[in-house]
Design a protein around this ligand. Sequence first.
Ligand code: PRX
Length: 649
Amino acid sequence: MTQDVYPVPQELCDCTLCTDEQYIEQYARSIHDPDGYWGEIAGTFEWFKQPTKIKNTSFHKDDFGIKWFEDGELNITVNCLDRHLKQGRGNKIAYIFEPDSPRYPSGSVTFRELHDRTCQLANALRQLGIQKGDRVAIYMPMIVDAAVSMLACARIGAIHTVIFGGFSAQSIADRVQDAQVKLIITADEGHRGGKHVPLKANVDQALKLPGTNSVETVLVVRNTHAAVNMQMPRDRWFDEVTRNQPVECEPERMNAEDPLFILYTSGSTGKPKGVLHTTGGYMVYAAHTHRMVFDLRDDDVFWCTADIGWITGHSYIVYGPLCNAATTVLFEGIPTYPDVRRTWQIIDRHRVTILYTAPTAIRSLMREGDENVKLSERTSIRLLGSVGEPINPEAWRWYYEVAGDSRSPIVDTWWQTETGGIMISPLPGATALKPGSATRPFFGIKPELVDAEGKTLSGATEGNLVITDSWPGQMRTIYGDPQRFFDTYFSTYPGTYFTGDGARRDEDDYWWITGRVDDVINVSGHRIGTAEVESALVAHPHVAEAAVVGFPHELKGQGLYAYVTLNAEVAESDDLRTELVKLVRTTIGPIATLDVIHWAPGLPKTRSGKIMRRILRKIAEGELGALGDTSTLADPSVVDHLVSTRSAD
Ligand code: PRX
């Protein structure tokens, strides 16, 4: 545990959206009077009909329900675009586009241009028969048209579901089937780290899989201009359908609780679940957290390095920054291409003021040594952010001292796909920092710690992290499965939202997130469900059974460790190992790359047949002396075998 404290820099105390005193006062108000607090924040947005009912929520079984601003009517794109044009900010830059290869010029798009492109695509979608409530999938590279596609859906009330460009055909098909997607927007190919990603070909392959015939149209952006197969009349070129459309498009009038998007994320059981966010609450929360956590100024150049396929991209590349009329860098590539200096070069080239990235990226840049960083100036940077996984104090200090020249505070922001926006984080002008701690709750957020039985824990201690009351950005349901929504999040510790994370609260009431306590593994900030990986493995004809756990990994935070039981008479071999690694990558996507396969003639199970993951985790972590009680196992010798074969694997 570190005792270091980094106070708020003096110059920030005098020039910030929120000082410590203001935080304490406004936080108390947000908890005691959520209607007053959030009603006021909501009032700063543009509504067709201002909400008069603010909060109507219960986490209890009998009257369960989550509604915010329920009689309000709005369109989020009016807040992201039209509002700024009316205020004379049409010529402000919304996106600075930085291409994968620095040999190509970067570009920029103003709020006016973004508005016009959004309207053109929205009109085209309407003409193609897309209506309010229809589902549209977006499987795109990190280009401006990806944001345009999300906004165009929102303009006409279609529900978008963005599928990360690194996902496989099977993952696309699963999502298309679950959401009954009517139209897909994709590109011929993407550029990433100098390689071409065959997006359209992946979509073609996905649409050959069963359950995908809800798709009527595929719109294809010409990005690399590679030759792709166009299956008429299903496939249409994006530029051809948008070219002659008017640059105005009547925004759909949305109720605050109408769905805005679905985003699939991994849970501890079954297939990824469709996290559904609605319009009003999500908008207010994404924009307000973005403004306050990054202490936003009008001349900021904000760079969030996430992909728009994740919630971080939704909230902090698209909706939050656009609502706040911020200038955002949209980067097509990866931080290490063409070499490890790229991140710092982009910062200097575009005079980035706020960098928001993930610990895994920080650790991989740190590994390359300080020299590469010091070749750049980075004088524009005034704030650093971290998201996606716990940041180890060593990486924190490097980020602070080397990347930020000991000048810029770090906001370590804890949140989840389900929460819509940042939940626990420092505010730069208010919060003294401790390396590795996400510090204090955002306005309106009431975290608590409970023990395994659900008993609330007080004082400085560690436990399971729950949130005891609703906030506007909270997900509203799992698409098509409200029962699973309730069971997953509200039944473990009744009356509270269970995050799936463990946390520690210290003597200063600072929060330290310790990681997932369920069967979700956080690999490089990406959530992977053990159940998904296991079902990919057992699909192989030679595999009888598989159990997957996480283990500490120097770069990725956590790595994937698979115990695999082969069918009788199948020999263990390196070829089979390679085949299984490939199988999981093609079933889920390259983010699901197994780090270790441990051949297991048997798995430790209780007498009722339940796999004892706790023991498997300990073996994977190499904590062989801390296996705990194995006497309840059906066959304790299984553990001895795994322990004795561990190092060999
Ligand atoms: O375990 C927590 C971890 O990431 C999980 C949420 O993952 P996802 O829904 O993909 O959203 C990632 C981006 C918001 C959490 O349950 N996590 C996220 N941020 C942090 C974190 N763990 C520690 N510190 C963080 N700052």
